[in-house]
Design a protein around this ligand. Structure first.
Ligand code: A2P
Length: 315
């Protein structure tokens, strides 16, 4: 019997829908339609970020969905993320206000620190001269204030290693409920997963299909012979198996698509499951991180002199 796994309960007792529509690299002109199609198919979770540059169009689509009575605000889970140039405590509220204004929302369900990396206020782009050291304790305090006032109903982080998450958990008054990280069958996050489980932090998996459309990542996650053979045996697509694998591992998944057929395909993962013998096969896939974060690493201005330092050895 397949378990549906439609949501996961977070440490603050809220429920995060297990499949969210990713919007990174969703082109302007297409993202609004994608959000609208997804909600009509049944998605109740949209993953956004200020830096994706498309929150205004998403806001327009949401407004229309609410006006047309397709869905109610309280039935949706909307995530957004604090960009690296807004880490200064005084900028954190302003950044969320700007996101809320673009999304035309009164509150966000989940607000995340996008990266454990900081850019000078007012700059964009990871040029060495723009990078400055983080002060995560100060930024987190400002995130906690957003939680206290209800503008962010849940707060968390993204791209944090076990070490960075552990440091934050040591001093956080409001613990991060979610760590959103790259996660798919070719990067299963074994160490981080165990750590998060022990601390009650939920993992949300970005690039759950290995971002096949991102040329610089040179991804072939969906073509891996073990994944394709499991998919063939189950009569499912490799994308569906990758997503269902994530749900059965216990994390939410955020597949991006602006194509209606693939949006539907990616949501058809609830009424079947991967049996144990095939699930074990997927654990044999060789592992490699795709999003290494080299753009955050340099010898002079960055607090990370190597990719190993950025991920505290989890590479
Ligand atoms: P498209 O938007 O044209 O559907 P990820 O979520 O891992 O970042 O992957 C997103 C990429 O995967 C996009 O290029 C998207 O293209 C593509 N994609 C989305 N769904 C599927 C699917 N079911 N099968 C193959 N490719 C997909």
């Amino acid at each position: 019997m397949a378990t549906e796994i439609v949501s996961f309960v977070l440490i603050n007792k809220t429920k995060i829908p297990s499949v969210g529509l990713g919007t990174w690299q969703s082109e302007p002109g297409l993202v609004g339609q994608a959000v609208s199609a997804a909600v009509k198919v049944g998605y109740r979770h949209i993953d956004c970020a200020q830096v994706y540059g498309n929150e205004k169009e998403i806001g327009l689509a949401l407004k229309k969905l609410f006006e047309d009575g397709v869905v109610k605000r309280e039935d949706l889970w909307i995530t957004s993320k604090l960009w690296c140039n807004n880490h200064a405590p005084e900028d954190v509220t302003l950044a969320l206000n700007s996101t809320l204004s673009d999304l035309q929302l009164e509150y966000i369900d989940l607000y995340l620190i996008h990266w454990p990396a900081r850019l000078k206020a007012g700059t964009s782009g990871f040029k060495p001269e723009n990078l400055i050291p983080t002060d995560i304790p100060a930024t987190w305090k400002a995130m906690e204030a957003l939680y206290d006032c209800g503008k962010a109903r849940t707060i968390g982080v993204s791209n944090f290693s076990s070490k960075k998450l552990g440091d934050l958990l040591d001093y956080a008054r409001v613990p991060p409920a979610v760590n959103q990280v790259e996660c798919h069958p070719s990067w299963q996050q074994t160490k981080l997963r165990e750590f998060c489980k022990s601390k009650g932090v939920h993992i949300s998996g970005y690039s759950p299909l290995g971002s096949p459309g991102t040329k610089w990542l040179k991804s072939n996650v969906l073509e891996h012979p073990i994944l394709t053979s499991v998919a063939d045996k189950l009569g499912k697509t490799p994308a569906q198996v990758a997503l269902r694998w994530g749900l059965q591992m216990g994390h939410s998944v955020l597949p991006k698509s602006t194509n209606e057929a693939r949006i539907k395909e990616n949501f058809a993962v609830f009424d079947w499951s991967i049996p144990d013998d095939l699930f074990v096969e997927l654990s044999k896939i060789e592992q490699a991180r795709l999003v290494r974060g080299d753009f955050l690493v340099n010898d002079t201005t960055s607090e990370y002199k190597s990719v190993e330092e950025l991920w505290d050895g989890e590479i």
